[in-house]
Design a protein around this ligand. Structure first.
Ligand SMILES: [Zn+2]
Ligand SMILES: [Zn+2]
Length: 208
């Protein structure tokens, strides 16, 4: 099952240009089996996504992109809506307690800015990024960052033995499905999604 795990809509994230109806149409057009809403600190109400999914014939899941002091974290299966900036360690505590699943989003976005970037931060140095200790997985393919930044995330995930997920982080309609997570099993609801993430039965690819 091809699922885009990282998406924003203009309905709930002012930074996005895609409405939920445009998103659904595009996801169907490019052949996604489903997608997961990850607005910034907002979880779509289940009744709304269920109704849309039923009417449109596509699977819609619900996550949340939480701003931690150590970077953005995609969280799946955590119903609690966390506002403001939280320490990642405290966030992961909540994630674990809820049996949820966390992914460090675009972990090396703009890593040039930290000064070492272009001088070649080694994979070993990158692995020391503290936030990596407090997540279940790493986003190794994000549609909004440069190839080099995704490559670093991929190498770091491999070195640390962390699973890698993919999502477009689309804010425009032509970005939907740029990267997708491909699940081995059928996923019907949020609980299935979290279970399959924990089981690690997925790989990454693209749908465009
Ligand atoms: Zn982000
Ligand atoms: Zn995002």
């Amino acid at each position: 099952m091809k699922i885009d795990l990282h998406l924003h809509t203009s309905d709930r994230s002012p930074c996005s240009d895609i409405s939920i109806s445009e998103l659904i149409a595009e996801a169907k057009r490019i052949g996604l089996d489903g997608f997961c809403m990850t607005e910034h600190q907002f979880i779509w109400p289940l009744e709304e996504t269920e109704e849309l999914a039923r009417n449109e014939g596509i699977r819609i899941f619900r996550g949340n992109e939480i701003t931690s002091a150590q970077g953005d974290v995609l969280v799946y299966g955590l119903e609690k809506d966390i506002k403001g900036v939280v320490p990642i360690k405290a966030l992961q505590k909540e994630v674990v307690a809820a049996g949820a699943f966390s992914v460090l989003a675009h972990p090396f976005r703009g890593f040039k800015m930290f000064g070492i970037g272009e001088l070649q931060m080694s994979v070993e140095q990158a692995c020391k990024k503290k936030a990596l200790q407090f997540v279940n997985a790493v986003e190794i393919a994000n549609g909004k960052v440069r190839d080099k930044e995704n490559e670093m995330a991929m190498k770091v995930a491999e070195a640390l033995g962390l699973p890698g997920t993919a999502g477009s982080d689309a804010h425009n309609v032509d970005e939907v499905g740029l990267f997708v997570t491909i699940f081995e099993r059928d996923i019907k609801n949020d609980a299935d999604l979290v279970a399959e993430l924990h089981a690690g039965r997925f790989s990454t690819g693209n749908a465009r």
